[in-house]
Structures are given as C-alpha cells and as structure tokens.
Design a protein around this ligand. Structure first.
Ligand SMILES: [Zn+2]
Length: 287
C-alpha cells in the first residue's frame, strides 16, 4: 500500500525500477502430465457424491489415485475448500501453494501440504473457468489469498454473532464427519482454496477485493488425489460473492462434490513421498 509518509530519496525511481525476480521458480518441479490424467477419465466410475447445502459444509473422502470434482449446480456459488491427509496429520498450506503457483490456481497447479510434508496433496486436472484469466480489475478465480469468511473478523468489523460463515460451516462439518468436538474440529480448519471465487487486490490501496463469480451451473474444478484425502467444502454464505458475505442477504446455492475411480492411474504415477528435508535444522544453537 502506498503510504507517502517519507520523502523519496533522489534515486527513488531507480530503486523502484529494478527487475522483479520470481521468488520460487517451479521449473525444477516435475510437471504433471495433464493429458495423461484427462485420458485416465475414460471409463471412470463415480463412487461417491455429496451435495453441500447453501450456507453449510460437508466432509468427504477421496482415496489416492481417484479424481474429485466440485461442480456448480442451480446457480452461481463460491466454495471454500479444506484438505487433509485421511489421518488428519497433514493439511493444505495455502500460503506456500500461493508462493509456488501464484495467487489463483488452475489446471496443472497443485495443492501442497504444510511442513514437514510439503508434498502435493492434489493436482488440478481440469478447470471449466480456465478461460477467465486475469480481468481488467486484476481479478481472477480460485484464489489462495483469501483465508475464509469467519465469525471473528465479522464480529471485529461489524459486531454480532453470525454462525454460517465458512469457518463455522467447516468446523461443524469436520466435527460431524470425524466425530470430533467443535473445538477440536475448529483447530483443524485452515486457510482455504476459494473455489470459483473471483478476487484480486485493488491497484490503488492493495486491498483484497471480490466480485461476482463468473461460475455458472455446470462449471467445475477437477482434482486428482495424490494421497488419501479427507476434504471439507463450504458453500459460502456470500453466494457468488458479488455483494457481501457473512450474512443471510446473498442468494446461495448448493455445490456438488463427486468422487471418481479411474480404471487405471496414469502410467508411472505414484503417491508423492514426503519432503526430503531431514528436519535437523543444523542442530541446536549454543545456549
Ligand atoms: Zn465464505
């Protein structure tokens, strides 16, 4: 954010004009063979189907080597996705996923787990909104920048007690699906992939913005489960997030999660091993 509280030095323009360097070039990572994944859909069989009601969330499981799809049904709707390993020991790391792939994800990008695992949990194998790109406002879809709507920020900014934010929806869904107390479930909820949401940062103030999602019924985002996954998806109370969230004002619609078993995994595919760092951290510092 530009905050002109200090006078610029004489060489300000020169300092600003240095070349940006990509923090994490991903050229060294093996590129997922998307054509091979898409070919593996031939003859797949749907093995599970979960409808997420509006202003609620549901849990679902996806074995490694299966596809899952999140599909818009009935009307434009944004979904907040959390992913864990099936044993809940690893969870999706939206911040590192953002650092590796950028602020918005699409086909070919991966959803990475946190330390020390830091491995792909899922690969995006198809995205019917892949045409959207980056719009004139700097907005795009499927972001890993927003954290999830939550009742704490709502209380901070507006007061009141609202219970249908994605954070609470995910908490209730995880508690129900895994037979956990609400506090234990809440501790598992983490920053999301904002499925179908259209977001960006304003150019003048750098603030996080949202605009009505371009998603329409039939649009989908498709993933390949790289490891055994447990997921939870919330149908955000913001609906298409074109107006407000954290209230019952927006028109909201269900979302559909479907799990598909392929006849065979792409040749050579295997669940990725956890990260190779040895966790010794150079030993203890002297006291
Ligand atoms: Zn939400």
């Amino acid at each position: 954010m530009a905050r002109p509280t200090a006078l610029p030095p004489p060489d300000a323009d020169a300092r600003r004009s240095v070349r940006p360097v990509i923090c994490y070039p991903v050229d060294s990572l093996p590129r997922p063979d998307i054509a091979a994944f898409q070919a593996a859909r031939a003859g797949w069989r749907m093995v599970d189907e979960v409808t997420v009601p509006p202003r609620a969330a549901r849990g679902f499981s996806v074995p490694a080597g299966h596809f899952f799809r999140i599909t818009s049904v009935e009307g434009p709707q944004v979904g907040d996705l959390n992913l864990w390993s099936q044993d809940l020991s690893e969870r999706f790391y939206s911040g590192k996923t953002r650092a590796l792939h950028g602020s918005h994800l699409t086909t070919g990008d991966r959803l990475w787990s946190g330390f020390p695992g830091l491995r792909p949990m899922a690969t995006i194998t198809d995205d019917s909104l892949g045409w959207y790109g980056i719009d004139a406002d700097g907005g795009s879809v499927h972001d890993v920048i927003g954290t999830r709507c939550d009742p704490y920020t709502h209380n901070l900014l507006s007061g009141g007690q609202y219970h249908r934010c994605c954070h609470s929806n995910l908490t209730r869904a995880v508690a129900a699906a895994r037979d956990l107390s609400l506090p234990r479930a809440e501790a598992l909820v983490h920053d999301v992939l904002n499925v179908f949401m259209c977001t960006g940062f304003t150019r003048d103030t750098g603030q996080y913005f949202m605009k009505a999602s371009p998603v329409r019924p039939g649009d989908f985002l498709e993933f390949w489960a790289e490891i055994d996954l447990f997921g939870a998806l919330s149908a955000c109370p913001g609906g298409d997030c074109g107006g407000e969230h954290s209230s019952d004002a927006a028109a909201c619609h269900p979302l559909l999660v479907q799990v598909f078993r392929p006849q065979a995994a792409p040749e050579g595919w295997a669940p990725p091993a956890p990260n190779g760092y040895d966790q010794s951290h150079g030993g203890h510092d002297p006291v």
